[in-house]
Design a protein. Structure first.
Length: 308
């Protein structure tokens, strides 16, 4: 227990609070915790009484809603859980029995290309550690790192304000059918063809749009999609010229002509965390498998072409 103004705060209740806040449903939280719903409700009531604040608002239309104080305490409670997990992981590591759970955030292409080998190598050495992979856009992953939902996130540049390590370099390319009039062109000019562009956003549109604006180009894409698979189908159907990350494109099978673009758009893919030095033992060990020296995607442009 911890004490607040002479009143004890039960750490177990804090753990129940985290589960309820993540499920936003008492019944679902009780199932995840393997305890009764009344016990979950009582734990939240006791915690609110100990802290003398409301953690949740009960809305008959929207269900549970976190109060402002509840959101702030959730971040701290997650940190406390991470510290507790670190204590047991350090002890487990000393006994060669590292265990616990590791939460990683990644965008789908990185999940398919960068993570399988790292996870396989990590699990062969630390079979007792459970890994939970959460996929989303780079913006979502940064938010999950910020609020401590995950320990490690794989995102594209910019990496700030987090500590980061580059895993790979990436650049945007255009794709067209192999019998398209532009299939024999060495480079496709985005400014000339901007009205024909089908943009595969994939969660990276903010960074790409910023680079294009620096070049004085505002894309007038007539169609936008979220996945490489969808983009390939659209280009096959001759609906336009596909604009996609080379890294993301490498995660799908296709028979399309791949072309460099003007202006060149390059960026980095990396792993981020609040602080690598403060990671739990399991996350530190996973980072060792994730960041081998010289890890780079085949076909990357020269370093000097990469944008900051």
């Amino acid at each position: 227990m911890i004490w607040r103004g002479g009143k004890p705060v039960n750490l177990n209740n804090l753990g129940i609070f985290v589960q309820v806040a993540e499920k936003m449903n008492m019944t679902e939280a009780s199932k995840a915790l393997f305890i009764s719903q009344p016990a979950v409700s009582k734990a939240i009531q006791n915690l609110e009484a100990s802290l003398q604040i409301r953690l949740f608002l009960r809305d008959k239309h929207n269900g549970l809603l976190l109060t402002e104080e509840g959101r702030e305490i959730l971040v701290l409670a997650r940190q406390m859980k991470a510290i507790e997990a670190s204590i047991y992981q350090i002890a487990g590591k000393a006994n060669r029995l590292l265990s616990g759970k590791l939460k990683i955030g990644s965008f789908p292409a990185a999940s398919a290309i960068l993570l399988p080998q790292a996870i396989a190598a990590f699990r062969s050495e630390y079979p007792l550690v459970k890994i939970e992979l959460i996929e989303g856009t780079s913006s979502q992953i940064k938010e999950w790192v910020e609020n401590r939902t995950i320990e490690l996130g794989i995102v594209t540049t910019p990496f700030e304000p987090y500590e980061s390590e580059t895993l790979s370099r990436d650049h945007m390319v255009a794709i067209v059918p192999d019998d398209h009039p532009l299939a024999d062109e060495a480079v496709i000019d985005l400014k000339e063809r901007r009205a024909e562009i089908i943009f595969c956003k994939g969660g990276h549109e903010i960074a790409v749009s910023a680079i294009l604006r620096e070049q004085g180009i505002e894309l007038q894409e007539s169609l936008t999609v979220q996945t490489a698979e969808t983009l390939v189908r659209m280009v096959r159907s001759r609906l336009g010229i596909g604009l996609i990350s080379s890294f993301t494109l490498s995660s799908v099978t296709h028979e399309l002509a791949v072309k460099e673009i003007r202006p060149a758009i390059a960026r980095k893919i990396g792993v981020i965390a609040h602080s690598f030095g403060e990671l739990a033992p399991a996350a530190k060990q996973f980072l060792r498998f994730l960041t081998p020296a010289g890890n780079q995607t085949p076909g990357d442009p020269a370093d000097e072409a990469a944008s900051p």
